[in-house]
Every structure is written in C-alpha cells, then in structure tokens.
Design a protein around this ligand. Structure first.
Ligand code: NI
Length: 146
C-alpha cells in the first residue's frame, strides 16, 4: 500500500503524551503509533455500527469443573457461523486456555463472548476485535454484507 505524508500540528503537551505513548508501547516511530490509534478507532466504530468484524475470545478456566466444559461446548454450538477455529491449551494440571477465533456481526460476537465469559468457573475471559476487511472507511450507512 502506498504511503502519504502529511504534517500534524499538536500542542506541546499532546506531543509529549504521544511520545510517551510511543515509548511505552515500543513503537518504532510516531507514524506507527498514530496509524495504530486510527485503526483502533475505525474498528471501534465498525463495532458500534455492527459491521462484520473478526476477533478472538480468550478464556482461562479450570477443566475440573466438569459442567463448565459442557456449557462452554453447548454455547459454542449455538454460534456455528461465528466460530472459525478453537485452540485449547492445557496450561497446568487444572488450568486450560482456550482461544476462539471468531468472525461475524459485532453484536453476535459480543453476545457469544458475554455468554462464555459470564459462565461460573471462568477465571478470565476477554474478547478482542479487529477488522475483517480492507474497507477502512466504510460508514454506518454503508453496511458491509458478510
Ligand atoms: Ni485443558
């Protein structure tokens, strides 16, 4: 993709904050940090507009809670169209890490993640969303068909 240059005017305090953000997140330069901030903002907008997005749900749980594994499976079977793949890692004798790759309408992914993460016995759960296409500048009025 070709790159365009433009200059940005910022107040000294804001520039200081940007440089701190660059340093804290190990960005190679300001451009990379600004790029990431813009993309994150666009993904959030797509999320709010209920566009098709992709993401991952990570779950940490104790597999000895038998009913939990069963419930996790039941819920996942309700979302066949959203789930792309599931990876299961046995972290210790008790603890399992599951990473579920998902793609679909933002509201469905949020619903799926909420159902899984709220189950009793889940130690930690998180949904991460990203864009699923190159249509960075699509708006709420221009819905993307899946
Ligand atoms: Ni396991």
């Amino acid at each position: 993709m070709s790159v365009s240059r433009f200059s940005v005017s910022l107040e000294a305090e804001l520039l200081k904050a940007l440089d701190l953000y660059v340093k804290e997140n190990n960005f190679p330069n300001r451009s990379q940090a600004i790029r990431q901030l813009i993309e994150r903002n666009l993904v959030e907008k797509k999320w709010q507009c209920n566009h098709t997005v992709a993401g991952a749900i990570t779950l940490l749980y104790d597999h000895h809670k038998r009913e939990l594994a069963c419930k996790l499976s039941d819920i996942q079977h309700e979302f066949l169209n959203e789930i792309l793949a599931v990876q299961h890692f046995h972290l210790s004798h008790h603890i399992c890490l599951e990473i579920i790759a998902v793609k679909g309408q933002a509201k469905n992914l949020t619903l799926l993640a909420d159902k899984l993460i709220s189950l009793k016995g889940i130690r930690h759960g998180k949904l991460i969303m990203t864009q699923s296409d190159d249509l960075l500048f699509s708006t709420c009025q221009r819905e993307i068909s899946p």
